[in-house]
Write a protein of this length. Structure first.
Length: 208
Protein backbone atom coordinates (compact mmCIF):
# COMPACT_ATOMS: atom_id res chain seq x y z
CA UNK A 1 0.00 0.00 0.00
CA UNK A 2 1.45 3.42 -0.92
CA UNK A 3 2.62 5.44 2.07
CA UNK A 4 0.28 8.34 1.31
CA UNK A 5 -2.89 6.22 1.48
CA UNK A 6 -3.05 5.91 5.28
CA UNK A 7 -2.79 9.66 6.09
CA UNK A 8 -5.19 10.45 3.23
CA UNK A 9 -7.81 7.98 4.51
CA UNK A 10 -7.32 9.18 8.10
CA UNK A 11 -7.73 12.81 7.05
CA UNK A 12 -10.90 12.01 5.11
CA UNK A 13 -12.35 9.99 8.01
CA UNK A 14 -11.61 12.77 10.51
CA UNK A 15 -13.16 15.31 8.16
CA UNK A 16 -16.38 13.30 7.81
CA UNK A 17 -16.45 12.74 11.57
CA UNK A 18 -16.02 16.46 12.15
CA UNK A 19 -18.95 17.23 9.88
CA UNK A 20 -21.16 14.65 11.59
CA UNK A 21 -20.22 15.87 15.08
CA UNK A 22 -20.56 19.56 14.28
CA UNK A 23 -22.53 21.31 17.05
CA UNK A 24 -26.21 21.89 16.27
CA UNK A 25 -27.58 25.31 15.61
CA UNK A 26 -28.82 26.73 18.92
CA UNK A 27 -32.38 27.08 17.63
CA UNK A 28 -32.38 23.33 16.86
CA UNK A 29 -31.39 22.28 20.39
CA UNK A 30 -34.05 21.52 23.05
CA UNK A 31 -32.88 24.52 25.08
CA UNK A 32 -32.91 26.81 22.06
CA UNK A 33 -36.39 25.67 21.01
CA UNK A 34 -37.69 26.33 24.53
CA UNK A 35 -36.10 29.79 24.72
CA UNK A 36 -37.49 30.70 21.32
CA UNK A 37 -40.98 29.53 22.31
CA UNK A 38 -40.92 31.42 25.62
CA UNK A 39 -39.64 34.58 23.90
CA UNK A 40 -42.74 34.46 21.70
CA UNK A 41 -45.48 33.20 24.03
CA UNK A 42 -44.08 33.67 27.54
CA UNK A 43 -43.35 31.21 30.33
CA UNK A 44 -46.92 31.14 31.66
CA UNK A 45 -49.20 28.94 29.60
CA UNK A 46 -52.92 29.50 29.19
CA UNK A 47 -53.51 26.44 31.33
CA UNK A 48 -51.39 27.82 34.17
CA UNK A 49 -53.10 31.20 33.88
CA UNK A 50 -56.57 29.66 33.93
CA UNK A 51 -55.66 27.50 36.92
CA UNK A 52 -54.28 30.45 38.92
CA UNK A 53 -57.26 32.69 38.18
CA UNK A 54 -59.67 29.84 38.76
CA UNK A 55 -58.22 29.14 42.20
CA UNK A 56 -58.36 32.75 43.34
CA UNK A 57 -61.84 33.13 41.84
CA UNK A 58 -63.11 30.19 43.89
CA UNK A 59 -61.48 31.49 47.06
CA UNK A 60 -62.83 35.02 46.69
CA UNK A 61 -66.19 33.63 45.60
CA UNK A 62 -66.51 31.58 48.77
CA UNK A 63 -65.51 34.55 50.91
CA UNK A 64 -67.91 36.87 49.09
CA UNK A 65 -70.80 34.40 49.35
CA UNK A 66 -70.28 34.06 53.09
CA UNK A 67 -69.98 37.85 53.51
CA UNK A 68 -73.18 38.46 51.51
CA UNK A 69 -75.05 35.81 53.47
CA UNK A 70 -73.96 37.31 56.80
CA UNK A 71 -74.77 40.86 55.69
CA UNK A 72 -78.14 39.91 54.22
CA UNK A 73 -79.00 38.04 57.43
CA UNK A 74 -78.36 41.22 59.41
CA UNK A 75 -80.51 43.23 56.99
CA UNK A 76 -83.37 40.81 57.36
CA UNK A 77 -83.06 40.79 61.13
CA UNK A 78 -83.34 44.58 61.04
CA UNK A 79 -86.31 44.52 58.65
CA UNK A 80 -84.24 46.04 55.82
CA UNK A 81 -83.99 43.03 53.51
CA UNK A 82 -85.40 44.94 50.57
CA UNK A 83 -83.70 48.28 51.13
CA UNK A 84 -81.85 49.94 48.24
CA UNK A 85 -78.86 50.73 50.45
CA UNK A 86 -78.67 47.08 51.49
CA UNK A 87 -78.76 45.90 47.89
CA UNK A 88 -76.00 48.35 46.95
CA UNK A 89 -73.86 47.04 49.78
CA UNK A 90 -74.36 43.49 48.55
CA UNK A 91 -73.28 44.62 45.05
CA UNK A 92 -70.19 46.26 46.57
CA UNK A 93 -69.18 42.91 48.04
CA UNK A 94 -69.20 41.40 44.52
CA UNK A 95 -67.17 44.37 43.19
CA UNK A 96 -64.56 44.00 45.94
CA UNK A 97 -64.40 40.28 45.25
CA UNK A 98 -63.26 40.96 41.64
CA UNK A 99 -60.29 43.16 42.64
CA UNK A 100 -57.93 40.32 43.65
CA UNK A 101 -58.81 38.49 40.42
CA UNK A 102 -58.02 41.58 38.33
CA UNK A 103 -54.79 42.19 40.23
CA UNK A 104 -53.70 38.57 39.76
CA UNK A 105 -54.50 38.76 36.04
CA UNK A 106 -52.38 41.91 35.67
CA UNK A 107 -49.54 40.35 37.67
CA UNK A 108 -49.55 37.26 35.45
CA UNK A 109 -49.46 39.46 32.34
CA UNK A 110 -46.46 41.40 33.65
CA UNK A 111 -44.63 38.21 34.63
CA UNK A 112 -45.29 36.72 31.20
CA UNK A 113 -43.96 39.78 29.38
CA UNK A 114 -40.86 39.79 31.57
CA UNK A 115 -40.27 36.11 30.79
CA UNK A 116 -40.47 36.90 27.05
CA UNK A 117 -37.77 39.58 27.35
CA UNK A 118 -35.52 37.36 29.47
CA UNK A 119 -35.93 34.38 27.13
CA UNK A 120 -35.15 36.56 24.09
CA UNK A 121 -31.93 37.78 25.74
CA UNK A 122 -30.91 34.25 26.73
CA UNK A 123 -31.72 32.96 23.24
CA UNK A 124 -29.50 35.62 21.67
CA UNK A 125 -26.63 34.74 24.04
CA UNK A 126 -27.03 31.01 23.42
CA UNK A 127 -27.17 31.56 19.67
CA UNK A 128 -23.97 33.63 19.72
CA UNK A 129 -22.16 30.96 21.74
CA UNK A 130 -23.39 28.15 19.48
CA UNK A 131 -22.43 30.05 16.32
CA UNK A 132 -18.91 30.57 17.69
CA UNK A 133 -18.64 26.86 18.55
CA UNK A 134 -19.85 25.88 15.07
CA UNK A 135 -17.29 28.18 13.42
CA UNK A 136 -14.51 26.77 15.57
CA UNK A 137 -15.60 23.21 14.77
CA UNK A 138 -15.66 23.99 11.05
CA UNK A 139 -12.20 25.56 11.22
CA UNK A 140 -10.81 22.54 13.08
CA UNK A 141 -12.46 20.10 10.68
CA UNK A 142 -11.09 21.78 7.57
CA UNK A 143 -7.75 22.45 9.25
CA UNK A 144 -7.45 18.76 10.07
CA UNK A 145 -8.28 17.82 6.49
CA UNK A 146 -5.70 20.21 5.07
CA UNK A 147 -3.09 19.00 7.54
CA UNK A 148 -3.87 15.36 6.80
CA UNK A 149 -3.74 15.89 3.07
CA UNK A 150 -0.45 17.72 3.55
CA UNK A 151 0.90 14.66 5.32
CA UNK A 152 -0.39 12.47 2.49
CA UNK A 153 1.34 14.69 -0.08
CA UNK A 154 4.53 14.60 1.97
CA UNK A 155 4.35 10.82 2.18
CA UNK A 156 3.73 10.65 -1.55
CA UNK A 157 6.72 12.90 -2.23
CA UNK A 158 8.90 10.82 0.07
CA UNK A 159 7.82 7.65 -1.68
CA UNK A 160 8.47 9.23 -5.08
CA UNK A 161 11.97 10.22 -3.97
CA UNK A 162 12.76 6.73 -2.80
CA UNK A 163 11.48 5.27 -6.08
CA UNK A 164 13.20 7.82 -8.34
CA UNK A 165 15.89 6.21 -10.51
CA UNK A 166 17.89 9.45 -10.74
CA UNK A 167 17.85 9.93 -6.97
CA UNK A 168 18.89 6.29 -6.57
CA UNK A 169 21.91 6.89 -8.83
CA UNK A 170 22.97 9.94 -6.82
CA UNK A 171 22.43 8.05 -3.59
CA UNK A 172 24.48 5.09 -4.83
CA UNK A 173 27.23 7.51 -5.89
CA UNK A 174 27.17 9.12 -2.46
CA UNK A 175 27.28 5.73 -0.71
CA UNK A 176 30.17 4.70 -2.94
CA UNK A 177 32.07 7.86 -2.06
CA UNK A 178 31.96 9.10 -5.65
CA UNK A 179 30.22 12.33 -4.62
CA UNK A 180 30.20 14.21 -1.35
CA UNK A 181 27.15 14.96 0.76
CA UNK A 182 27.27 18.57 -0.41
CA UNK A 183 27.32 17.43 -4.04
CA UNK A 184 24.38 15.09 -3.37
CA UNK A 185 22.39 17.90 -1.77
CA UNK A 186 23.30 20.23 -4.64
CA UNK A 187 21.99 17.72 -7.18
CA UNK A 188 18.77 17.31 -5.23
CA UNK A 189 18.23 21.04 -4.90
CA UNK A 190 18.87 21.54 -8.62
CA UNK A 191 16.15 18.97 -9.23
CA UNK A 192 13.78 21.12 -7.13
CA UNK A 193 13.72 18.82 -4.12
CA UNK A 194 13.60 20.73 -0.77
CA UNK A 195 15.98 19.82 2.03
CA UNK A 196 13.23 18.77 4.42
CA UNK A 197 12.00 16.18 1.92
CA UNK A 198 15.52 14.79 1.63
CA UNK A 199 15.76 14.41 5.42
CA UNK A 200 12.29 12.83 5.56
CA UNK A 201 12.97 10.39 2.73
CA UNK A 202 16.38 9.29 3.98
CA UNK A 203 16.47 9.70 7.77
CA UNK A 204 18.98 6.84 8.09
CA UNK A 205 21.53 8.70 5.98
CA UNK A 206 20.94 12.40 6.62
CA UNK A 207 19.68 14.47 9.54
CA UNK A 208 19.21 18.21 9.85
Amino acid sequence: MPAWVVPAISAAANWVGGLLNKPDKYEDTPEGKRKKYVSKYGAISQGQRSLALGNISRETGNIASQAKADFYGRLVSQGMGGSIAGQEKLADIDTERMKPITQMSEKLDIMNEQSKIQAADEFAQGQSGADAARKESTAQTWGGLISGLGQAVGASNTESLKNSSQVSKWLDAFDAGEISQDQFFANMLKAGIPMDEIYTAFPDRFSN
